[in-house]
Design a protein around this ligand. Sequence first.
Ligand SMILES: [Zn+2]
Length: 320
Amino acid sequence: MLIAKTVDGRLVKAFDDDINGMEYYCPVCLGPVRFKKGAIKTWHFAHLSTQNCQFNFENESAEHLSLKAKMFTSLSQNYPVEIEKYLSKYQQIADIFVAPKLVLEVQCSPISAQKLQERTRSYQSQGLYPIWLFGEKLWLKKRLSAFQRSVLSYSDWIGFYFWELDNAKEELRLHYLIHEKLNGELVYLTKSCSFSGNIMALLRFPFQKKKVVRLTCSCMADPQTFIQKQLFYKNPKWLREQELAYQRGENLLMQETDFFFPQIKPPQINYQNYPKPEKIERYFKQFESYYKNQRLKTSQTLYPPLFYDKMIEKQTRRMK
Ligand SMILES: [Zn+2]
């Protein structure tokens, strides 16, 4: 942990306050803590005994300590920030709290998606707005992991998005307009901001009114051969797709290339977990119907949900 209480009840920070030989205590359990001034990890405090503390601060990685300290330092120049803020009513510790209601959670180690959703709902029930920023182990790779698929964020302005913190480069990254190709590979746009820059501006980006962002990708020329291989190797996703096709009296391998258009789609997620599931359900429907009438099918230009909404509205008006 990065903060401790002094005998006279002041809170001090291990990484930028003047720490002397005084006695320090855990702000939550009030048990004695020791100041640790090492060469590798960010300077921090550690319990002498963790027995009576409900919070397991002791397994914090060097990456987690360092990122928390750096985010705090970056934001504290312009905003009322608190680090490791203890919310006693719900017995939660917010890594970074920016008054009045923003909570930044720095997540570096694997956690279950369910636990993350529980913590999110708990913050929301307190009127707080949590944002999860992920460390290196959880960064996006070529394809979505099951965990990432369950924790993607959504906005009408930029579609599905995901935050990354880079301790080595000292930057915050936003991957947005995330889509999956037919073979599961990800495509997305990225914006980054150095910790010395205006991090808050990037954190607000998903909800700001802006020009329509777009991303053009080429489509697979021969999806049938790809699908044939997947069926041969018994890829569960494609076995299921073929099964559904059979139920409709179709066979995927007998279809024309255009049948598979749009090839690039928003990630398949369980929208029931989102605050407004009906919005995302509508977006998925509008997405399909927008591309259905498109003539050029060798590439796809992807847009945010608001765009499809406006386009469909226009079409409906024209038909009346
Ligand atoms: Zn404690």
